[in-house]
Design a protein around this ligand. Structure first.
Ligand code: ZN
Ligand code: ZN
Ligand code: ZN
Length: 141
């Protein structure tokens, strides 16, 4: 029951950005909307479980979501790119990501707004801001 409800929500979102509803898109967007933290491609593939799509299909699906602005590339960690739903971001700014230098865990600091950077250099137009922060998480502090 719950699954059907989230599926129709996903389909509405896809329709709004004019992306065809493929099984791969519906499944991956559902996973990212339910995820509590950013996921890399391998973690997404794992969550797809029995619904196996090849790497290229998953990659292209994520790419089409990024292009449509539904999903953001949150950060890179150990050479893997982490994706998350853009629902906790504004058009000009992503919420900051905090990485603990002790345990290596990265946290989403949703709800934290930073002033938009202004370039002291002429001719640079800043359209979007993504900030990475480092320090100690509550468990390690
Ligand atoms: Zn974002
Ligand atoms: Zn920590
Ligand atoms: Zn995040």
């Amino acid at each position: 029951m719950k699954k059907q409800k989230s599926d129709s929500k996903v389909q509405k979102i896809l329709k709004a950005v004019k992306l065809y509803r493929t099984e791969c898109r519906t499944s991956i967007l559902g996973i990212l909307l339910e995820a509590t933290k950013p996921l890399n491609q391998e973690q997404i593939a794992k969550r797809l479980g029995k619904k196996r799509f090849n790497k290229v299909t998953i990659y292209r699906t994520l790419d089409s979501f990024c292009e449509a602005g539904l999903v953001h590339k949150a950060f890179m960690q150990k050479r893997a790119l982490y994706f998350e739903s853009a629902k906790d971001c504004t058009e000009s700014q992503c919420h900051p990501h905090f990485t603990c230098t002790n345990c290596g865990v990265t946290y989403c600091l949703t709800g934290m707004k930073l002033p938009m950077a202004k370039s002291p250099h002429k001719g640079f137009i800043i359209r979007r801001q993504q900030v990475r922060l480092e320090g100690l998480c509550p468990a390690c502090a």
